[in-house]
Write a protein that binds this ligand. Structure first.
Ligand SMILES: *Cc1c(COP(=O)(O)O)cnc(C)c1O
Length: 398
């Protein structure tokens, strides 16, 4: 018999996360409830996942039917909902083919493999590197944490993966370095650096980056795990920049909370993934891809992108008013669509905690001095007013 006595004293779940002292048991729309029955306005959306709000009717209805039909069958067989979702994504983007997986890290891991195989097969290049940017976030697997140019994410996990080079985001220096880099096979970046402080890419920099990628035959790969599926007001953020990436990754909001990720590519790239080159047991399973189809259908039926754009303008306007009212507390309001960062002069976590404890409002941080505000894309103006009032109360106390 295993002696369980010694382990009973510590929590059975590893302490890998810093957690708020709240247990969420229910969600609907822009609200969640804790185990004591306290109701919160949720402007975190489960970290940019619940774009349609919690348990959205349109997706719930379809998933209830799918629960009675088929959950899993493996990728040894054709899966109709997977093919349908891939068809929708390719129609709505510049990409031609999609591979489904289960998370953002797995999507980026797949994009990295795709870039390496493309370099190997098409360019005859085997030891090239992928350029990523300072303050990026691409995930927690070994390859994606190596791609993530942040010491705090990599610390203690060495040796890191070979084949990455970091350059400064939004900088001429990066463009110049890429022009002189003959070993770079691909560039991977976020259109808005989310975890790294909510920093949108500068449009003229993106143009220059796309140009240098084309000129040098390097793949342009955008990590839209957080920005994708409507968060910034277009289905993908790159669509606001007048560029066509070779590879796009998505995950967070794609399944409304059912785990799903995807990497997609133009056909000259995706063709290198021949049978047997990549796989994922659960990837694109019937339940997850049904959630994806229902999510994109709800986006269209409910005009979610148009709504997001309007709500973002409204919320942004209110935040700029607060910045004018509290110039000593708010340094900057930035972001794109409903991925909004508010840079504070005081520790952002203080406001996050006070909002939660005193105002029943949930938001996140992005680094030490940035409030990260991620309401569901279906948020109403009265919910925004409620949030702004709560934030005003908290700012009054700093
Ligand atoms: C969240 C995130 C990831 C990682 O996604 P997981 O599903 O947690 O693996 C990767 N890239 C970006 C930009 C993200 O925001």
């Amino acid at each position: 018999m295993l002696n369980m006595e010694s382990v009973e004293k510590i929590a059975p779940v590893m302490s890998a996360y810093g957690r708020f002292p709240v247990t969420i048991v229910k969600g609907k729309g822009c609200y969640v409830w804790d185990d004591a029955g306290k109701k919160y306005l949720d402007f975190t959306s489960g970290i940019a996942v619940c774009a349609l709000g919690h348990v959205p009717d349109a997706v719930e209805e379809v998933l209830k039917k799918q629960l009675d039909t088929l959950w899993h069958c493996s990728n040894l067989f054709h899966i109709a909902s997977q093919e349908k979702l891939a068809g929708m994504l390719t129609k709505l983007t510049c990409c031609d083919q999609v591979f489904f997986c289960n998370s953002g890290a797995e999507a980026n891991e797949g994009a990295i493999k795709l870039a390496r195989r493309y370099a190997h097969l098409i360019k005859g290049k085997d030891n090239g590197h992928i350029v990523t940017f300072n303050h990026s976030f691409h995930g927690r697997t070994m390859a994606t944490l190596t791609a993530t140019a942040q010491e705090k994410i990599q610390n203690g996990f060495g040796p890191l993966m070979p084949g990455f080079r970091y350059l400064p985001y939004n900088s001429d220096e990066a463009i110049q370095a890429l022009k002189e880099d003959d070993d770079c096979i691909a560039v991977m970046l976020e259109m808005v650096q989310g975890e790294g402080g909510v920093i949108p890419a500068d449009p003229s920099w993106i143009k220059a980056l796309a140009d240098v990628c084309k000129e040098k035959g390097m793949l342009l790969m955008v990590d839209e795990v957080q920005t994708g599926i409507g968060r910034t007001g277009t289905l993908f953020a790159y669509q606001q920049y007048g560029i066509e990436p070779d590879v796009v990754t998505a995950a967070k909001a794609l399944g409304s909370g059912i785990p799903i990720g995807a990497f997609m590519a133009k056909k000259h790239v995706s063709q290198v993934m021949t049978p047997g080159t990549h796989g994922s047991t659960f990837g694109g399973n019937p339940f997850a891809t049904t959630a994806g189809v229902a999510t994109l259908e709800a986006f269209e039926k409910q005009h979610v992108l148009e709504h997001c754009e309007k709500s973002a303008a409204y919320l942004n306007g209110k935040l700029i008013e607060l910045k004018a009212k509290y110039p000593g507390l708010i340094k900057d309001v930035r972001g794109k669509g409903l991925l909004i960062g508010v840079e504070t002069t005081f520790p952002a976590i203080d406001a996050v905690n006070q909002l939660r404890e005193e105002q029943n409002v949930l938001i996140l941080t992005a680094g030490k001095n940035v409030l990260r505000i991620l309401p569901p894309l279906v948020v109403t103006n009265s919910e925004i007013d409620h949030f702004i009032k709560a934030l005003g109360e908290v700012l009054n106390k700093q």
